[in-house]
Design a protein around this ligand. Structure first.
Ligand SMILES: *[C@@H]1O[C@H](CO)[C@@H](O)[C@H](O)[C@H]1NC(C)=O
Length: 219
């Protein structure tokens, strides 16, 4: 056990860059369009997701399509993807199948996006800025694979790679949270920082290429 621990420690030291940080009050800034800049996130627990709730906040003034959250698995590059196709049009992908949700367009202010999904019914519930945008069904009975590469800033077209500058995110992202269960989104609150899969207060992350961490501008 101790050997395993030392081994794990050594591995993380050798890899060198994955750090755990309390990101409270901070954001990741993706300052330029690129096919390289991204942040890899390490889940606190690796388990297949039969249910989940994903929340994040983002600001961008880019209109082109971009990825907000890209979770790929070895068998599905889009295991769980949150993608903005155009202003106000969000695509949720689970196991490479898509549903679209439309939200009122509020340009030049941050968006707070929350989505939950339960395997038993396949129902995904989508909220933007504290308002429901409806429910749709996909992938009933499915579970999202546990072996994940979770990336902010880029969209993965293969497991951990094949980024395209045209789908990169330019702007800032913060308070990215993932739970392994469905939360009542009516009760989504400002202080809900501690997802049990991704926790903004204890975020294992690795920044690659041009990504900058700064205090947040918006509350
Ligand atoms: C997923 O949520 C359903 C309720 O919608 C629950 O019955 C089930 O046990 C949950 N599955 C897991 C693996 O947590």
């Amino acid at each position: 056990m101790e050997k395993l621990f030392v081994g794990t420690l050594l591995l993380s030291v050798l890899a060198g860059v994955m750090t755990q940080a309390d990101m409270t009050g901070k954001v990741f800034i993706f300052p330029q369009e690129s096919a390289t800049a991204h942040v890899s996130l390490m889940p606190l627990v690796r388990k297949p997701l039969h249910n989940f709730t994903l929340c994040l906040k983002a600001f961008t003034d880019h209109i082109c399509p971009y990825s907000l959250f890209s979770y790929s698995t070895p068998s599905r590059d889009n295991g769980l993807l949150l993608f903005v196709n155009k202003m106000g049009e969000y695509i949720l992908t689970i196991g490479n199948l898509d549903v679209t949700f439309k939200a009122p367009v509020t340009p030049y202010i941050p968006v707070h996006v929350c989505v939950s999904w339960e395997s038993a019914s396949g129902i995904a519930e989508f909220w933007v800025n504290g308002k429901p945008c409806g429910r749709k069904g996909l992938r009933k009975g499915y579970s999202v694979g546990a072996q994940a590469k979770i990336i902010l800033g880029q969209e993965q077209d293969s497991f951990g790679g094949r980024f395209e500058a045209k789908q990169s995110f330019v702007g800032e992202i913060w308070e990215v949270l993932l739970w392994d269960h469905v939360l009542p989104l009516t009760e989504m609150c400002e202080w809900c920082y501690s997802g049990n899969i991704l926790n903004w207060q204890a975020l294992s992350n690795e920044e690659s290429s041009y990504v900058v961490t700064k205090p947040k501008l918006w509350v």
